[in-house]
Design a protein around this ligand. Sequence first.
Ligand SMILES: NC(=O)C1=CN([C@@H]2O[C@H](COP(=O)(O)OP(=O)(O)OC[C@H]3O[C@@H](n4cnc5c(N)ncnc54)[C@H](O)[C@@H]3O)[C@@H](O)[C@H]2O)C=CC1
Ligand SMILES: NCC(=O)COP(=O)(O)O
Length: 339
Amino acid sequence: MNRQSPARLVVSIGDPAGIGPELIARLWTLRHSEAMPVFACVGSASLLQAAAARDGIDLPVARIADMAEAGGAFGDALPVIDLGDVPYRPGKPDAQGARLGLESLTRAVALAVSGEADGLVTAPIAKAELAKVGFAHPGQTEFVAEACGVGPDDAVMMLAGPSLRVVPVTVHVALARVPQLLTADLIHRRTAIAARALTRDFGIAAPRIAIAGLNPHAGEDGRMGDEDRAIIAPAAERLRADGFDVRGPLPADTMFHAAARAKYDLAVCMYHDQALIPLKALDFDQGVNVTLGLPIIRTSPDHGTAFDIAGAGQAHVGPMLAALRMAGECAQRRRGDAK
Ligand SMILES: NC(=O)C1=CN([C@@H]2O[C@H](COP(=O)(O)OP(=O)(O)OC[C@H]3O[C@@H](n4cnc5c(N)ncnc54)[C@H](O)[C@@H]3O)[C@@H](O)[C@H]2O)C=CC1
Ligand SMILES: NCC(=O)COP(=O)(O)O
């Protein structure tokens, strides 16, 4: 591969009844006005065209056999690795669409793992719809990790926007299970992986990390729960001993205002909503979900399938554009390192 050429990314179509197809079409129309890497979509060419037409876009597609053809086609048409015709039914998820989403994800991941693509951007899937067609993973993160030969604890979800970066230590689990799942080892492991990835993929030489407590006021010396001092504090201490710039456990309610955010590069949070609520409140229109700790680059928008607005021309392209750009930048940084 020519290391000077722009990054070449593969995009999975997501759930075709969601906003993924219209956003992918819209992204391609922005290729000249917005700085973006070359990308190809794995999905249904006819469905992408139907979604685009609904959005007022006359979308030319170039059916390609492999990623090597993407760069040559991209200027004039959206390069598509075509998985066949599937009807476009916005807002109406069904098994046929879920199977297309799963096949697209599987093929796109394989292209990234083989190195034919420099990075992977996944459009949103609906976990419940995929589960109905046999998808056994909690989310795309774990699926991609397994395809890369990386254990689920070592693939770290980070949500990143212009105002904030957050890592949830526990992710898609019931809130009631969080205290049982939180261990000092898990917090240490995920924080260390995230810190190294911030250096490797984001160019932050010595990331400043804030670790949130679990309980109100970070437990207030055990009066409001013991996990903060019994589990989180020892993890933070070990991280500091390993040389990481770590503070915490901090009371979560006061660590997301502007002055507090200025003091760290990453907030490590104990559960999904502790991390994702501030991120989406601040940066919903530009938020990116990126998987750290993988041999490949993988990003996704922060939002989901948005079945309620699919096909209505209301979906903001910002998060998909940010996900594409971030994947391109991380891929370029890795290629630079590999020289
Ligand atoms: N990257 C991924 O694959 C993700 C997938 N999901 C999945 O998506 C499904 C739906 O999840 P929800 O909680 O309803 O979240 P959602 O993000 O799909 O929708 C929440 C609200 O935000 C709006 N919205 C979302 N994206 C938007 C955009 N680009 N522009 C304008 N408005 C937008 C929707 O219309 C809805 O009102 C679930 O099955 C979930 O598992 C959720 C988050 C990320
Ligand atoms: N809340 C983030 C989300 O649902 C994305 O999960 P994944 O499918 O990227 O693992």
